[in-house]
Design a protein around this ligand. Structure first.
Ligand code: GTP
Ligand code: MG
Length: 205
């Protein structure tokens, strides 16, 4: 898919105030600093569309970006950032869970995990929660540029195997990406395009 336009639309913390248009929407979620905002910039081929930082906790709100005038990308705050106060953490969790539970336009979510790490409890719990609430998601392994190809393969296999050994009957669809060198861009954009086509076909019929 060619990206002809990508524009920031709005930020807020209330799912009921998100854009009302009935367009397919994709959300990026995961631990703080995992690379959600960077991945959005990589996909859109725009360096500063979403705000990124080396320090965790950069993205604070639900951020909508409109792409090619007919679908949305959503950048969300990360979870598991220890320096956020307990009160802030609870507020965060509430509006993010509200977003996932209530956003009808959300057609697929991407749970990002750092390819260098073993499965983390907080990610497992989040994916479990997504499963329990029937919210479809894929896993995106980020920062693949940090590992050699052979190690990437092993890390991904081990990670997915651990999911299958846990509660999952089969591993969710996954993508290996790097925002530094563009790995995974074509695959992800084709995947999104497929779902978009389906969405508009169903809408028509
Ligand atoms: P929060 O908004 O705080 O939740 O973080 P985030 O998940 O949006 O992460 P962000 O995109 O801001 O990136 C965090 C840090 O990781 C930045 O220093 C990025 O440059 C770095 N980073 C992100 N993606 C990659 C990648 O693919 N490769 C490498 N090497 N670094 C990356
Ligand atoms: Mg961010």
């Amino acid at each position: 898919m060619k990206i002809k336009s990508a524009n920031f639309v709005m930020s807020n913390s209330d799912v009921t105030k998100c854009p009302s248009e009935k367009l397919p929407e994709y959300a990026f979620i995961g631990r703080s600093n995992v690379g959600k905002s960077s991945l959005i910039n990589m996909l859109m081929d725009r360096k500063h569309l979403a705000k990124t930082s080396g320090r965790p906790g950069k993205t604070q709100l639900i951020n909508h970006f409109k792409v090619n005038e007919n679908w949305f990308l959503v950048d969300l705050p990360g979870y598991g950032y220890a320096r956020v106060s307990k009160k802030d953490k609870n507020t965060f969790q509430k509006y993010i869970t509200n977003y996932f539970e209530q956003r009808k336009q959300l057609v697929c979510s991407f749970v990002l995990v750092d390819i260098r790490h073993e499965p983390q409890k907080i990610d497992m719990e989040f994916m479990e929660w997504m499963g329990e609430n029937s919210i479809p998601f894929c896993i995106i392994f980020t920062k693949a540029d940090k590992l050699k190809p052979k190690v990437i393969e092993r890390q991904v296999d081990d990670y997915l195997q651990e999911l299958i050994d846990g509660i999952w009957e089969e591993a969710p669809q996954h993508f290996v990406t790097s925002s530094s060198n563009g790995t995974g861009r074509d695959e992800l954009l084709s995947f999104i395009q497929e779902i978009n086509l389906q969405f508009f076909k169903e809408k028509k019929g």
